[in-house]
Design a protein around this ligand. Structure first.
Ligand code: ADP
Length: 493
């Protein structure tokens, strides 16, 4: 047996505590898969937020309370301990004086909470104190996105190296470069970092401070969630202003493809489905679709394909462009397919979709809001799942779709390019324009009416292996490489 290694996995989102997007899925599935695959060789534990209602989650209980200094003053920190729903991975939900006891995690009605730097910084400080409080001495601090990036430069200032058993190595995983945690410099004091970090090779970013940049500068190594996205962010516009910082760290920057939680997203056992099915019994998928159509008032007489969308309604996800493409198809030929759309996000895009629904009654049904069971049902019951993202670091829904025999139609960017094989397990839009989307939709429509071709593409899609099980080895290798490598420059001199 290899020497056991221990990892403290920091994330602002993890199921079942709180989810706003794919980060929550990955933060649950990757540690669970690592623990399942490597057993006692990896002791991985999750540090997350003490979000509203966490104490009422099954299995969560108050573990400890401690007082610590944060940039916002001395605070009482509660640690609630629970487990991931699958496996035995400990989850520490850290609550700095109710700062995360709010309706939402980051903001409401499209506006960020004004005290986000104060909240996330206090929480990062508390997370760094947690190992000593609970008696856990990790080898590696694995931070995710801007929300926990601050922990990396903070580490040597909060945990004095002489006190640590061995100094921790640090890894930053970037799930989306567009979100960077950028704040005005006059809030610098809230980070708790010495002002020597306020420079271009520190956290300074065009006259502001960027938490994500701080993580990129000082982490021992960096990952992002697909090989193609790694390439895209090394130049602009993909790097959202940070391509230079990433190029500087190029040698320690890896693109590791995300996987899916194969227990949570399994058509044979999915608890959210009234009818379950398998590759061998794909016929049952039609019964599931029939039920969904009936419930949603989509009672087509002639056989028609059902297109699904499950997505944040944002510019990134191509939500506006898709609505326009459907509108244009509808004007041309009165829509020869049905649509079920689930999404939430930008209020103006939500409005646009509501309007499209009113223009094509009985053909398009839109539900705005967040609904996990419905997401499963739409992905399972649709014939096609449409994902016209402008950019997509990895994307999960295309992998879920394939597992359920639902053909993904994607813009081949980032992880969508790496996971969907054009004409084999899905379709790539030739270009991300109204015309390009329409062309792709028409191809899908034609495939639907070619029973043999449709069946074989579904079979191929369902055979694609995208579970985390096969992808944990890369993380394990990276953790081990990190352990055996010397420390980088993780402080400003
Ligand atoms: P991102 O993280 O950029 O939003 P991903 O494809 O990586 O995109 O992950 C999105 C996750 O969020 C998937 O699990 C998807 O099913 C889920 N999801 C997106 N919108 C909704 C919604 N309105 N209701 C329920 N689940 C949703």
């Amino acid at each position: 047996m290899k020497r056991p290694l221990s990892v403290f996995f920091l994330t602002s989102e993890v199921l079942p505590v709180v989810k706003t997007g794919g980060l929550a899925d990955v933060s649950a599935a990757l540690p669970a898969a690592l623990s399942e695959e490597f057993g006692d060789e990896i002791d991985i534990r999750i540090g997350t937020v003490g979000f509203k209602g966490v104490e009422r989650l099954p299995g969560f209980r108050l573990l400890k309370t401690f007082i610590t200094r944060t940039p916002a003053g001395a605070m009482t920190i509660r640690i609630l301990e629970g487990r991931l729903s699958k496996g035995n991975v400990p989850v520490y939900a850290v609550d700095p004086e109710g700062m995360f006891n709010r309706e939402e995690l980051y903001g409401e009605n499209g506006t960020e909470y004004p005290d986000n730097l104060e909240r996330f910084s206090a929480w990062n400080h508390a997370l760094l104190h947690l190992p000593a409080v609970v008696g856990f001495f990790p080898d590696i601090l694995h931070a995710n996105d801007w929300q926990t990036a601050l922990s990396i430069p903070l580490l040597p200032h909060v945990i004095r190296p002489s006190l640590a058993v061995t100094p921790m190595k640090t890894l930053l995983s970037i799930h989306n470069l567009a979100f960077q945690g950028v704040y005005p410099l006059d809030q610098w004091h809230l980070t708790g970092l010495p002002s020597s970090y306020n420079r271009f090779d520190g956290l300074e970013y065009h006259g502001r401070l960027s938490l994500l940049k701080g993580g990129i500068q000082f982490a021992d190594c960096i990952t992002t969630v697909s090989p193609s996205y790694r390439e895209e962010v090394l130049s602009e516009p993909g790097g959202f202003g940070l391509s230079g910082a990433l190029r500087h760290r190029r040698e320690s920057f890896y693109g590791l493809l995300n996987g899916i939680d194969a227990h949570e997203w399994n058509p044979e056992t999915d608890q959210y489905l009234p009818i379950q099915f398998s590759r061998a019994k794909i016929g049952k998928k039609s019964a599931l679709q029939k039920k969904l159509r009936q419930e949603w008032g989509l009672n087509s007489r002639a056989p028609k394909p059902l297109f699904g969308v499950v997505s944040r309604m944002t510019h990134q996800k191509g939500a506006g462009l898709l609505a326009e493409a459907i509108y244009s198809m509808g004007l041309e030929d009165d829509l020869r397919e049905d649509w079920v759309i689930l999404g939430s996000g930008d209020p103006s895009l939500e409005d646009l979709w509501e309007r499209i629904q009113r223009i094509f009654p009985g053909r398009i049904r839109v539900k705005t809001g967040y609904d996990e069971p419905l997401a499963h049902r739409i992905i399972a019951a649709s014939d096609f799942l449409v994902i016209p993202s402008v950019y997509e670091p990895c994307g999960l829904t295309q992998m879920y779709a394939m597992r359920y025999g639902t053909i993904p139609l994607v813009n081949p960017t980032g992880g969508l390019r790496d996971t969907v094989e054009s004409e084999k397990t899905g379709f790539w839009f030739e270009e991300l324009t109204i015309a390009g989307i329409k062309k792709g939709l028409k191809k899908a429509r034609a495939l639907y009416h070619d029973q043999e071709g449709f069946d074989s593409m579904r079979q191929r899609a369902m055979a694609v292996e995208s579970s985390w099980k096969n992808r944990t080895r890369e993380y394990e290798n990276l953790y081990r490489t990190l352990l055996s490598s010397p420390h980088g420059t993780n402080t400003v001199p």
